[in-house]
Design a protein around this ligand. Structure first.
Ligand code: XIL
Length: 382
């Protein structure tokens, strides 16, 4: 910790500006603010996290201070999604997003907007008219336009990066995802979203964001879309790889090919929602109520009271492997954001199965840095 000169302490204290103890505390906070993941990787990429309202409502809480110390980018986990932001048409709930953007600005962070158009967490009114009949294509496109102009316009110059369209590519690699957006408006809704966002803030970085980025079919489709958009002047500025990975998936060779493919198109990649699921894979049990089934619960949720050291070591190794890859592509990767800060708040405790105890992040349930955190800092000390 760098020292604040004794003379400065006593002068300020003598001047009665602050008490000595307060000054010491301030010096400590200033020094701590200089260290953390964001500093270790400052020459490589931004280091971000996702936060929700209660994390930043009170900037003096240990969690808010931890976020400010470790990260230089923040994304709202839910606050800007269409459903939470605008549960009733034309009545956006700005209080939370306003506070989040102000928190980011106060700490000199890059604020990321998430997400303008997504098939999930949509408000009830979005796809229907007053008679509860499906809306027309024109009306849906108009609603998309109004949302984007209002939201991007409000934070113009303050939200530097937008996840413009989220998860619009099909799981089965056949093209665009089937969703009410696609069914009503056709694939045009995706490019309209980029165009309007660009008009609303010409300086903002506009991303397409999705998961399973290692999947070769999705990679091919995405590259085709990027080429088509570039040819026709649709403003896409980068690709978000969500990065919801596990201890054993995805196949790193395929993941690397996807990084190379985006780099070859001349676009930056943002790792937007990184976390490492350590629990047994539960693909077949999505939505299962494991709490009522003892055997299933023991098998799928084995570490309710703590992570065994050997699994923690594998988590550390996995994070290091990921960051080694990110460092190798540091010319392409603009940002690495985890999806949440500490294990207790991770969505992975409830997905794909509800009510498990997962350990996917870099800080534990008591906000202490895990071994993976030191492991990442050590990558830079070599
Ligand atoms: C998740 C949030 O973390 C949860 O709190 C919420 O209940 C559901 O959504 N991909 C995304 C994120 O793009 O918005 C999702 O966030 C996780 C998957």
């Amino acid at each position: 910790m760098p020292r604040l000169g004794r003379r400065r302490f006593t002068t300020l204290a003598a001047a009665g500006v602050l008490g000595l103890a307060q000054l010491r505390a301030r010096a400590f906070h200033q020094a701590v603010a200089q260290t953390g993941l964001k500093d270790a990787f400052k020459d490589d990429f931004l280091i971000g996290t996702a936060v929700d309202g209660r994390t930043i409502d009170d900037p003096s809480t240990p969690l808010a201070q931890l976020v400010a110390r470790e990260f230089n980018a923040i994304t709202p986990t839910n606050l800007m999604k269409w459903g939470p932001l605008e549960p009733r048409e034309g009545e956006p709930q700005w209080a939370g997003p306003d506070r989040l953007v102000a928190f980011g600005a106060a700490h000199g962070m890059t604020v990321v907007g998430h997400t303008l158009v997504w098939h999930s967490q949509t408000p009830r009114w979005l796809f229907v008219d007053e008679q509860n009949a499906p809306v027309s294509k024109e009306r849906l496109l108009k609603r998309i336009e109004t949302r984007i102009r209002t939201l991007v316009g409000r934070y113009q110059g303050r939200v530097a990066i937008w996840d413009v369209v989220n998860e619009a590519i099909d799981e089965d690699e056949k093209g665009w995802r089937q969703s009410p957006f696609l069914n009503i408006a056709g694939p045009e809704y995706v490019e309209r979203a980029f165009q309007i966002a660009h008009e609303a803030d010409p300086k903002a970085t506009l991303l397409y964001n999705d998961y399973n980025e290692h999947n070769p079919g999705r990679r091919r489709f995405l590259v085709d879309v990027i080429r088509d958009y570039k040819r026709r002047g649709v403003p896409i500025h980068g690709v978000g790889f969500q990065g919801h990975v596990g201890l054993e998936y995805p196949d790193f060779a395929e993941y690397e090919k996807s990084l190379q493919a985006i780099a070859a198109e001349g676009l930056p990649v943002h790792i937007t929602e990184l976390d490492v699921d350590v629990l047994p894979r539960a693909s077949g049990y999505t939505g299962a109520e494991i709490s009522t089934n003892f055997e299933l619960s023991e098998r799928l949720n084995p570490w309710k009271t703590g992570l065994p050291p050997e699994i923690d070591a594998r988590l550390t190794a996995r994070y290091r492997q990921l960051f080694e890859l990110f460092l190798k592509y540091r010319q392409t990767i603009a940002r690495v954001s985890t999806w949440g800060t500490f294990d207790g708040e991770s969505w992975k405790n409830n997905f794909p199965v509800r009510g498990r105890t997962n350990y996917p992040l870099l800080f534990d349930r008591e906000l202490k840095p895990k071994a993976a955190h030191a492991g990442l800092i050590a990558l830079k000390a070599r």
